[in-house]
Design a protein around this ligand. Structure first.
Ligand SMILES: *Cc1c(COP(=O)(O)O)cnc(C)c1O
Length: 404
């Protein structure tokens, strides 16, 4: 299947194995230590050499192997190969969190005097890193309205080094036209980054549309069990080389135990995503028809402004839904959140447990009202991350929370 039939993201090769086969087998050696079926957790901070000549061979890149734990560990290399395969990319660099990946990429690629341009709907910490911290190193951040490609093109100058967007965006679920975004970068010789955490490689593969770098917070759907933090950048080997080198200096690497959890979580990635997609769609449709709900942000609804582009480039739309409670102030909205009996109140998304939160409280409580308005964060907004519970139970839980 190809992107053009609107059913699935494109694959790199027509003969490529399916998602479950890739998530179970890709990147792993067939034969492992002690004939183990699963990858061992290699708990070593450092790696020994049999002789001085072995050290020299390693330095001269004659013998690929581990050296010191900050530069990588065997499990991490396996999961990097697996994630590169899932994203149809050449390479992947794992970090200790999604934000560590974002910071690592930007620090590796940007220098004083450079500019980055963002679509304005985004994870608040990504924005904060650029506006509060990259600015201290002489990097300028410009923000344009999400989906306004003309404004983004107009904002590009010879100093622009990267165009950045999420897709779908958090928490508004706006979807970027990957072809258009990638082409905009190529036309101006500017690299492009898509944070595809909410899409995952199962629902969309931005690299196939000519995007340079894809970021995933593996804390979310890739890990999938709300029990680990990790982040990854996928792209070409050449473009990621500097990122990998900087990671070795930053030290934002995953411990062997953490990597084991991520690899284990990925085994069921395709099954989990199919259920997240199904739950998201069903719950979004329920909410769209509920009298206490005035608006639902979910790209799988025909009323969503980005429905047609989402349908074209995504296989499904994930489990994250944002909605507005009709005529409610922030306290009345909090009552709905507090009324949920299955979904737990917490930030994050993409795990087996459903999570619910009010962005105005959870992420923007200390912002000025005018800044919240500028970022489209309404007092009556609820963000629901559908987990893998039974669809009917999730719907019933929301019904009682809204009507209770
Ligand atoms: C959670 C998230 C991040 C940050 O990832 P961490 O693993 O929490 O550091 C970045 N982007 C998006 C879209 C996210 O949802």
């Amino acid at each position: 299947m190809s992107a053009s039939n609107g059913k699935s993201p494109p694959s790199s090769k027509p003969t490529e194995p399916g998602f479950s086969t890739l998530s179970i087998h890709a990147g792993e050696d067939r034969q492992k230590i002690a004939h183990s079926l699963t990858d061992p957790i290699v708990c070593s901070a450092t790696y020994t050499f049999s002789s001085t000549q072995a050290v020299i061979d390693f330095i001269q890149e004659k013998q690929p192997r581990e050296e010191y734990g900050r530069y990588g560990n065997p499990g991490e290399r396996v999961v990097e190969r697996k994630l590169a395969a899932l994203d149809a990319g050449e390479d992947a660099v794992l970090f200790a969190s999604g934000m560590a990946a974002f910071v690592g990429l930007l620090m590796a690629k940007l220098s004083a005097g450079d500019e980055v341009i963002f679509f304005d709907e985004c994870y608040h910490r990504s924005r904060e890193f650029c506006t509060k911290h990259m600015s201290r190193f002489g990097v300028t951040t410009k923000q344009v309205k999400t989906g306004d490609y003309e404004a983004m093109a107009a904002a590009i100058t010879p100093k622009t080094k990267m165009l950045i967007s999420e897709s779908p965006t958090n928490p508004h679920l706006s979807v970027v036209d990957m072809e258009r975004f990638g082409a905009l970068g190529k036309k101006h010789g500017v690299e492009t980054l898509i944070d595809a955490t909410l899409a995952t490689p199962y629902n969309c593969r931005p690299l196939s549309y000519g995007i340079d770098y894809v970021l995933h917070s593996a804390t979310k759907y890739l890990g999938g069990h709300n029990d680990l933090l990790a982040g990854v950048i996928t792209g070409s080997k050449e473009q990621l080389e500097a990122v990998r080198k900087l990671r070795g200096i930053m030290g934002a690497i995953n411990s062997p135990h953490n990597i084991y959890l991520l690899e284990r979580g990925l085994k069921t990635f395709e099954l989990r995503m199919a259920r997240h997609n199904a739950n998201g769609q069903a719950v979004a449709e329920f909410l769209a028809n509920h009298p206490r709900v005035s608006k639902v942000y979910f790209p799988g609804l025909e009323t969503h402004p980005y429905y047609s582009v989402a349908k074209q480039q995504m296989r499904g739309f994930g489990g994250l839904i944002t909605f507005l409670v009709k005529d409610a102030d922030w306290k009345a909205t909090a009552k709905v959140v507090d009324g949920a009996k299955i979904a737990r109140i917490a930030p994050s998304l993409g795990g087996v447990e459903s999570l619910i939160e009010q962005p105005m409280v959870m992420s923007y409580f200390e912002y000025k009202p005018e800044d919240r308005a500028r970022f489209g964060i309404h007092d009556n907004m609820i963000r629901l991350a559908c987990g893998l519970e039974d669809t009917a139970d999730l719907i019933e839980d929301l019904r009682q929370a809204l009507e209770g």
